[in-house]
Structure formats: C-alpha cells, structure tokens
Design a protein around this ligand. Structure first.
Ligand code: ADP
Length: 398
C-alpha cells in the first residue's frame, strides 16, 4: 500500500489530506472552498508552502477532478493507481453504523436514509463519495462516522425523556459528534501516561468552534454532550448548547420569528458570538476581556462553567476520573482556557502545572506529578483516524 486520501466534504467545500502508508506522513493537504462559484478557492500545501488559486469550480465532481489532476501535474503522484483508498468523514451514521465501513451501494443507501438526521452534512458527504467514485471507480472507499464512537452509550444515556414513539418512529435520541476525535485523543492520552485506554476513566474535551465532551470508560464512550444534532451540549463559537426548550416559543412570540429562524440564531448567532456581541473566536474574546470588555469575559465564563458542570456529572457517571484530555483549536492553543477550566475543577484534586500548561498543540501532561487526576493536551487528528480505518478495512478484504 502506498497512499491513502482522507476527505471531508462539506456543502461547499472539500478538505483533503494525502498520507503515505505505512509511514503516515502527510504528503499534501488542502481545501477547495466556495464550490459552485466562479471564484472558488483552491489551496494546496506542498513542502510547507501554501499555493492558492482562485478559479471556477462548478460542483464537487469538478473539485475532485481538479484536485486529482493537480496531484499528477505537481508530480505528487505518477498515476491514480498510487491511491489505494479514500476515506470519507461522514457526519451521521445513526444507529446503523457502529464503526467504519467499506462503501458499497447499500452503505450509500443507508447514509442517504440518514440525511434526515443531518440535513446539512450527510448530503454533502455523499456528494464527496459520488465525486470520488466517478473519477476513481476502482479505488476502495471507506466511510468513517462522527457518531460511531458514541454508539456504545446505554439507553439511559442516549434517550431523551420525551414520548417514546418519537424514538421509535424517527430515531429521535442523542447521537453525539466528534467521535473520531474523542476516540483518538483518549487513546493518545492514555499512551502519553503509559496506560492502556481499557484501564482508564477518561473525560475528553473537544473544544473548537464546535465543542463537545465525552465520558469514556475502559475505552468505550458512555456519555457525550452533543445531542440529536451538534446544537446540544456546551455553548460554542456560535451555538447555544443546551437551553430550556421553552425558549423557542417564548422568543417566537416576542420577536415574531419562525422556529426555523430561531434555530438558525441558536446555531449561528449564539454561544461566544451571541453573548459577547463581538466574535465567535476565542482569541478575540480573550483580547476583548483583557481590554476590559465584560461581555467577552462573560461569554467565556458561561462556557467554562458549563464545561465544569459536564465534567462533574461525568465524574459521577464514570465513578471517578483518571485522565482529562484537552483538544481542538481552543483546547490545544489556549492555556488560559485550560487553566480556567481546571481551576473550576479544584474539588476533583487537579493540580495544574502552570509551566507545563504554557504550551501549544503538543502532546503534554499539564498537571503536577502529585495531581490525583492527570490532565493532558493532545492535538487531535481526525484525518489520521480516517486513514488508519481505511487502511485496516481495505487490508481486511484482501
Ligand atoms: P472547528 O474545527 O470546530 O472549526 P477548531 O478546532 O479549528 O474549530 O477551533 C477553532 C477555535 O480555536 C476558535 O475559537 C479559535 O479562536 C481557537 N483557537 C485557535 N488558536 C487559538 C489560540 N492560539 N488561542 C486561543 N484560541 C485559539
């Protein structure tokens, strides 16, 4: 095996990474954005340099064609035969997909059925799969689901206390998200402290623009903060996280808005952005707060408090805690966020090592040796999980 491509297709974008196998070295990576426009952006990184082009890209099939031909032109590959497999991130696997699978007609039909549960994401993921199958019809493709890792939750953890028929008729329940990231950082975190993930009680904090928390016992997810959709859980860059559901009717009447309009505001105009009125970016909020903007401070504090609430509740549900893992944009880069969250968890006897915590995007233990719970920073790498699963599944069928 030589090369595997990891693909993350959004509604108007296509992110890719090409990895060498077995070294797992990134050969190239990039993104095509604004697909469907006459001035789409194509960015590819080669030897540490970013090359950006603006050009028309009609649809995902054209984006894939552009990318693959460019790999040939730039002599990154000598022929398409060098690509042994393509792994696709698929957002929603429902209850059908508990692990990654080789894509065939029946898998495509199942992912299509699940579009109902992820109307923005699954159709885009399918478009990416179709585009690659068209141009590389003989190359094996694998689907890696964001929800799969959370499928080990028990019914008491994933059910909402609503009429049971909603679950039976529509599959309404908690599914979670960022599963590949939670799974990856939990096992890397365990490695960093020289323990087996199967022997640990772990809480993983994936804190990016989208953010979620998972409780992991003996390597299996037992609870997670996101719900039926990625709107649930802790407040995020632009999303509210959990709220009293009666808010929807209350605001509908006050502001004369439809449910759709309110949901749009809960998804796109809430969280950091909604509370601060400044930005959805934690760096802007930290800057604003330092300059004395109290709403920036409040937006961050609300999130930190809610993170601490979840950790407390998962501590009980796990029956203790060995390892707390920080990851994603904020978890990897903001030492202030990590220190503020750990400060709020004092009762769990975490002893932050301020010096060790002064670090970015590098696997590090950030608590003192005598800390009862170990906290670590682990850079997430969802593409690597996609590639590893793709290699494993392709090798199994040979
Ligand atoms: P997503 O993949 O969900 O879009 P990311 O994992 O890229 O999100 O995280 C984006 C968040 O990470 C933003 O809020 C951004 O401010 C934050 N972030 C990135 N770098 C830093 C940094 N140096 N300090 C603080 N926050 C950072």
């Amino acid at each position: 095996m030589k090369k595997i491509m990891a693909v993350n297709a959004g509604s108007s974008s296509l992110k890719f990474q090409l990895l060498a196998i077995p070294s797992e070295k990134v050969i190239t990576e990039g993104i095509i954005e604004r697909i469907g426009m006459n001035d789409a952006y194509y960015t590819i990184k080669l030897d540490g340099k970013k090359i950006k082009e603006i050009l028309p890209v009609k649809n995902h099939a054209q984006a894939v064609e552009l990318l693959l031909n460019d790999l040939l032109t730039k002599k990154i590959i000598a022929s398409f035969d060098e690509i042994d497999g393509v792994g696709h991130r698929v957002v929603h696997g429902g209850e059908t997909f508990k692990e990654s699978v080789l894509i065939d007609e029946s898998v495509i039909a199942e992912i299509t059925k699940l579009c109902d549960l992820a109307p923005l994401h699954n159709p885009a993921n399918l478009t990416g799969i179709a585009a690659f199958s068209k141009i590389l019809p003989d190359v094996k493709q694998v689907a890696v689901f964001d929800t799969a890792f959370h499928q080990t939750m028990s019914q008491e953890a994933y059910m909402y206390a609503v009429p049971y028929e909603w679950y039976e008729k529509y599959g309404l329940r908690k599914y979670g998200a960022h599963g590949t990231s939670h799974q990856f950082v939990a096992s890397e975190g365990a490695k960093l402290i020289n323990k087996a993930v199967e022997d640990l009680k772990i809480i993983t904090l994936h804190l990016g623009n989208g953010a979620s928390i998972a409780a992991i016992k003996n390597g299996k997810c037992i609870d997670t903060s996101m719900g039926l959709t990625p709107l649930g859980g802790i407040p995020m860059g632009t999303r509210s996280g959990d709220i009293d559901p009666a808010v929807v009717e209350f605001i509908a009447e006050k502001e004369n808005l439809s449910i759709k309009e309110i949901l749009n505001m809960l998804n796109k105009k809430s969280g950091y952005l909604g509370v601060s009125g400044v930005s959805n970016d934690s760096r802007d909020l930290e800057e604003g707060m330092e300059a004395g903007n109290e709403r920036c401070r409040l937006a961050l504090d609300i999130q930190y408090k809610r993170i601490a609430d979840y950790v407390g509740s998962y501590y009980i549900y796990l029956g203790g805690l060995d390892l707390l893992v920080f990851t994603a944009g904020i978890g990897e880069n903001s030492n202030r966020a990590r220190s503020e969250i750990i400060r709020r968890l004092q009762v769990l006897c975490l002893e932050l090592d301020e010096k060790a915590n002064d670090v970015r995007s590098k696997a590090t233990i950030i608590t003192k040796p005598n800390s009862k719970v170990v906290a670590v920073l682990i850079p997430t790498n969802e593409e690597l999980v996609i590639v590893r699963d793709t290699v494993r599944i392709i090798q199994n069928i040979h």
